[in-house]
Design a protein around this ligand. Sequence first.
Ligand code: UTP
Length: 403
Amino acid sequence: MEYERLLKENGQGHLWEHYLSLSAREKEAFSAQLAQIDWQTFARSGKEPPRSGEISPIEGCARADAEARREEYFKIGKEALRGGKLACVMLAGGQGTRLGSSSPKGAYDLGITRPVYIFERQIANLLETCSACGCFVPLCIMTSTENDEETRAFLHGHAFFGYPERYVRFFVQDMAPCTDLEGKIILEARGKLALSPNGNGGWYSSLVRAELLRDELLSAAEWFNVFAVDNVLQRIADPVFLGATISSGRRCGAKVVRKTCPEERVGVLCLRGGKPDVVEYYEIDPATAALKDGRGGLLYPYGVILNYLFRADSLGEMLSCEFPLHKAKKRVPYLGEDGETVIPDKENAYKSETLILDMVRLAGSCLPFEVEREREFAPVKNRTGTDSAESARELLKRNGVEL
Ligand code: UTP
C-alpha cells in the first residue's frame, strides 16, 4: 500500500496505524482525504529559511500622482476591462474565526434598519465600475470546502445582488492538514483528518486545479485582481489602478493606504533585499517604522489592504516556485481517547497557510498604488473595536451607505 511508505516517511506513522483499524469503507474515505494533501508542500513545512535582506523604500504611485494622470490611467484600464483582460478573484475561503461567525463572511449583515450584506456592498461597487466602463468583469469566488455550499446558496438566494450570473464562477480552495505541536497530523474524528483552508496564497493553484484557466470566460485574462471579501469599501476592477499598473510595466500592483502612525499594525509594502515585499508590523523595528522621508511623511508609508493585481504570465511562473508555508497556532478539535471529538480550550495545533504577500515577492516587481483610506478601507475582522463590524458601519455611513 503506497500510503504506508508515504505516511511513515513523513513522520505520520500514527495515521497508518489508524488506517489499519478502519473498515474497508472507512479506509476508502480516509485514503481520499490523504490523496487531497499536497505532501511535497507538507514536507517543507516550517523549513523555510527566514526572510532576509535590507529593507528599503519602494517607489509608488501616491494619490496626487494618480490624480494628475487619472484620465490617462482610466482610459488604459477601461480598454483592458472591455477587452476581457481582467478577471477578479474574491478570496472568500477564510474561516473568520475572529468575527466568530461560522457563516461565510460575505453573508455578514451590517445593516441596522435593513439588511446590508458584505457581498452586496462589494458587488454594488463592482456594478458602479461596470457601468462607468460599459462592460461586465469576470468574478471568480474562492470558497472553502466548509463554506462553499452556503456561499453559493446565499448568492443564488439574493440573485447575485444584480450581477449577471454568467460572469460569476466559484472554485473551492485546497485544504492543508493541521498538526499538533510536535508535527503529527491531527485526527478530528474516526477516519477523519483535521484539515483547514490552505491560506489566501493558495488561490492561484486552486484556481488552476479547478480548471478555470480553461474557462471561456477567462480566455482573454491577462491580469487578476485579487481581493479580500471582508473589506466592505473594497473597490475592485478599478480602471485607474489597472491603468497605472499596466503603465508602470510592473508585474504586480497593490492598493495601499498611508499609515496613520508608525506603530499601526498593518503590513508595509517596501523592498527587502531589492525585491518588493510586505513586511509585517511585528517584523519592522520601531525606529525604522518611524523614519521620515525628508518631507515630513513616513519613509515606509504604504500599508497593504489586500487588493492586488497580478499579471497572468508571472502567476504561471510562480506555480513552479517553492511557496513558503506559514504556521499559526490555533485551537483544533481532535479525536479523544474515548473516540469522541474533543474541543480544546487552548491552542493545541498548527494550521499551515500560504500567504498572498509571498506572491508579491515572487512577482519580482510591484506598484504600490495609494488610495484614500476613508473611501476604500473598512475591513471586518473583529466583533468590536478596531476593524470590526462597528467601525465598518461607521465608515459605510460616512460614504453615504444607508444602513
Ligand atoms: P484573514 O487572514 O483575515 O482570515 O483573511 P479570515 O479567515 O477571514 O479571518 P480569521 O483570521 O480566521 O479571523 C484575509 C482574506 O483572505 C481570505 C479571507 O476570506 C479574507 O478575505 N482567506 C483567508 C481565504 O480565502 N482563504 C484562507 O485560507 C484564508
